[in-house]
Every structure is written in structure tokens, then in C-alpha cells.
Design a protein around this ligand. Structure first.
Ligand code: ADP
Ligand code: ASP
Ligand code: MG
Length: 403
């Protein structure tokens, strides 16, 4: 007998028919003699709908009330899944976040799970019941309902796998695994059978929303193998696990992209020690992350240009910060928010020379200008004009033999 977490994403529970279908998968797993904890997302589109509702009431809707509102999406699914299972004669019960409880730390809208009480659920599993739990939420030490960031039901599933020490954590979604790039945008994308935590973490933090990046990070830290598979087909999914179990025949495993960056350039900044620190210090204080930074070589020894990227949603605040900063002098401030970030990811890069050159050459062949670059051991990211996104992804997918 195994203890399993089965997590169903928004599309997988997007209608009552789909909920009934998910219930059949749960029943099948239970009939095999497994103890099952089900984690569910809100029905597809529900969370966005609730956010719109809050905005139509107030532009400054309080974060506390927003969490009360958003947590209801997953609660609806819990009750419907339990109802569908009951209808099939199965013993099951939904447990709300505060009933368990799922304890969180951190601020509203962006909390993180720190612990859960296992007693009630374990007793229920031992009595032969299937526990159904809402993803994406918990309760803070002060007793307030919290949510844990968009896509957070993945993080709930991984946290449950860890805290309940389950034998597996299966992520049921609307694609049949992790692909070399988004299969809904680039149809030649290929399914990957196995991928390391490290590569998956890079892909998801660089835009592949198929897994939430903080969920992958937790899985990596605690070595919790994940399986991503389809709710709608029986095809084998993708295993995400420790890289020691993998061999790398290809330099690049996948191509990811995101459209949530903005690029800012400061022209003719005084070139002297400490200037970069003066520019970026206020960003840290204002909780704004800087991603890529490029400083041009100074031609006259007096001034230089500095380009950097931030999240697009932070652009306005970033420009304000720069304009208000009396500790720096520059001639001109320019920005561009219609940029995208294209990344190639692969653990095989470490042992394959020439990957960087090949990427840049391929983009040049497409006449795509690179606006900023950043690299790590297993990824290379570039910022380009947003209109070239699909063209760049297709080209890179092709030249790195992923089609
Ligand atoms: P769920 O609601 O099940 O959590 P998401 O919508 O969060 O599902 O994630 C699944 C989606 O991720 C897919 O429909 C697909 O369009 C997108 N996606 C982006 N990159 C990839 C990739 N590399 N492999 C698979 N899916 C991807
Ligand atoms: N319902 C939440 C969202 O849409 C959490 C999730 O689906 O994982 O972000
Ligand atoms: Mg998701």
C-alpha cells in the first residue's frame, strides 16, 4: 500500500464533467489499495475572475480580504470533487486549510507553507477515507487566511508530499508532461521523459508555468521526486528527480520564454567606483529585483551606460526610484517594456563547449538583436524585442535538435 498525493490543476477540474473525470482517476488509484491525499486548484479561470471582482469593488482591495476571496476558488473544487467521489460510493471528505491546519509564514498573497498538522488527515486515511485538500492557501500564526502565490497549488502538493512523507507526488495537468518548450505555442515541442530538479527549476522560473518554481525548489531541497502527467490521456508523463539518475546526451534540454520583463538604460552615468551600488541600493530597499545588468566599457574614462532589467510590473516604480536618486548623475534615462526573455536550459551545457556562440549566431541569422544577456552554469537567457519571441524560440528549438 502506497501513500500518494494526486494534484489536479485548474483545467483538469475546469467543469463538472472534468471533475467527474478526475474523480474516476482518484478512484482508480484508491482501488489499487493506495492511501490518497488529493490536492486541487480552483476551476480554470476562477482565480482571475475573483481578482477582477475585487478590482471592481476597490483599486486598493486589502490583501487580507483578497486572500479570503481567492481561497474560496479551491474550496469550491474540494467540495465538488468530494461530492463526485461520494456519488461513486467512495468514502471521502474535504478538509479546509484552517481545519487541518496548513500553517503559513509571510505576508498575505505571498505566504509560504511552513507546517501542517498530520494527525487528523492520517487518521482519516487509516480509516479508509480519501482526503481532499485545497491548494494555494493556509492560515497564518495570527489566524488569517493566506494564499501562497499564483500557481501555488503545486507548492501545496509538494509540501504535503514532504510533511506526510508520501511515496509519490503526481501532478495532473492539461499537457502530458514537461515539453522542450510550451507545446501549446510551439507544436514541434517534444515531451521529455525525465528531467532534473535543477533544469526544471530554471525552466519554470524562466517562464514554463507548467510547474510553479517554488514547488520545484522545495522538491529539490527535500529530494521529493515529482511526476507531471495528463488528466486527459493515459500517456506516461515526465519524472522530475535528482540529476544523478540522468545522463545528458543533449546540451540543451528546453527553451523557455517570458514576457514579464522590462529593460531600463541609464546613459552617460558617471564612471567611478561605487556608482553601481548607488544605483541599485534603493531597488533592494524597495523589494524590486534586478535581473540582468550590462555596463558598457567607458570610452572616455568619464561616463558609461548601464542597462538592466526588472519585472515589467515594477517598471513605473523603478523609473521613479531612479529619478529621485540624488546620489547618481546621468544624461538620459530610457526604457522598453515590450521585451521578452528567451532562455535555453540544459545540464548538458556544462560539458558542451560552444553553446553560447551557437545561440547568439542563431539569433543573428534571424536578424534578432540581443538587448541583454545573462548566464548561469545550466542556462543562457537573452532579452529581445517581444515581437520576435516565437521566431526566436522556434529557431533555438531547432538548432539545438529539440524538434
Ligand atoms: P495547471 O492548471 O494544471 O496547474 P498550468 O496552466 O499552470 O496547469 O500549466 C500547464 C501549462 O503550462 C500548459 O498548458 C502549457 O501551455 C504550459 N507550458 C509552458 N511551458 C511548458 C513546457 N515546457 N512543458 C509543458 N507545458 C508548458
Ligand atoms: N488557483 C491558483 C491560481 O490560479 C493556484 C493554482 O491554480 O495553482 O494561481
Ligand atoms: Mg499550474
Amino acid at each position: 500500500m502506497k501513500k500518494k498525493v494526486l494534484k489536479f490543476g485548474g483545467t483538469s477540474v475546469g467543469s463538472t464533467d472534468r471533475i467527474k473525470h478526475a474523480a474516476k482517476i482518484i478512484k482508480k488509484e484508491s482501488d489499487l489499495g493506495n492511501k490518497i491525499i488529493v490536492v486541487v486548484s480552483a476551476m480554470a479561470g476562477k482565480t482571475n475572475e475573483l481578482i477582477s471582482l475585487s478590482k471592481s469593488v476597490s483599486k486598493n482591495f486589502s490583501k487580507r480580504e483578497l486572500d479570503v476571496l481567492l481561497s474560496t476558488g479551491e474550496q469550491v473544487t474540494c467540495a465538488l470533487i468530494s461530492g463526485a467521489l461520494n456519488e461513486m460510493g467512495i468514502k471521502t471528505k474535504s478538509f479546509m486549510n484552517w481545519q487541518i491546519p496548513i500553517l503559513t509564514d509571510g505576508e498575505n498573497n505571498n505566504a509560504r507553507i511552513i507546517n501542517m498538522n498530520v494527525t487528523k488527515i492520517n487518521n482519516y486515511l487509516s480509516s479508509g477515507g480519501i482526503a481532499v485538500i485545497p491548494g494555494y492557501q493556509g492560515i497564518s500564526s495570527s489566524g488569517d487566511i493566506t494564499t501562497i502565490g499564483r500557481g501555488g497549488s503545486d507548492a501545496t502538493a509538494v509540501a504535503i508530499a514532504k510533511i506526510f512523507d508520501t511515496d509519490s507526488c503526481e501532478i495532473y495537468t492539461d499537457v502530458d508532461g514537461i515539453y522542450s518548450t510550451d507545446p501549446n505555442k510551439i507544436p514541434v515541442a517534444k515531451k521529455i521523459d525525465k528531467i532534473s530538479y535543477e533544469e526544471m527549476l530554471e525552466l519554470s522560473s524562466l517562464g514554463a508555468k507548467v510547474m510553479q518554481s517554488s514547488a520545484v525548489q522545495t522538491a529539490m531541497i527535500y529530494d521529493i521526486p515529482l511526476q507531471v502527467r495528463s488528466t486527459f490521456t493515459d500517456r506516461q508523463g515526465t519524472k522530475i528527480f535528482n540529476k544523478d539518475n540522468l545522463d545528458y546526451s543533449k546540451a540543451v534540454t528546453g527553451v523557455a520564454y517570458s514576457k514579464d520583463d522590462a529593460k531600463i538604460t541609464l546613459q552617460a552615468v558617471e564612471d567611478k567606483p561605487g556608482v553601481a551600488a548607488e544605483i541599485f541600493e534603493p531597488f533592494g530597499k524597495n523589494q524590486i529585483n534586478i535581473d540582468m545588468v550590462i555596463q558598457n566599457v567607458s570610452s572616455d574614462g568619464k561616463t558609461t551606460d548601464i542597462t538592466f532589467t526588472t519585472k515589467r510590473e515594477d517598471l513605473v516604480k523603478s523609473l521613479e526610484i531612479l529619478k529621485k536618486n540624488n546620489n547618481i548623475k546621468f544624461k538620459n534615462l530610457s526604457y522598453k517594456n515590450n521585451v521578452s526573455k528567451i532562455s535555453i536550459v540544459g545540464a548538458g551545457m556544462v560539458t558542451t563547449p560552444g553553446v553560447t556562440y551557437k545561440m547568439f549566431r542563431a539569433l543573428a541569422e534571424e536578424k534578432i538583436n540581443i538587448l541583454a544577456i545573462s548566464t548561469s552554469e545550466i542556462k543562457i537567457s537573452v532579452i529581445i524585442d517581444e515581437v520576435f519571441t516565437v521566431q526566436a524560440v522556434k529557431k533555438l528549438h531547432n538548432i539545438f535538435n529539440l524538434d
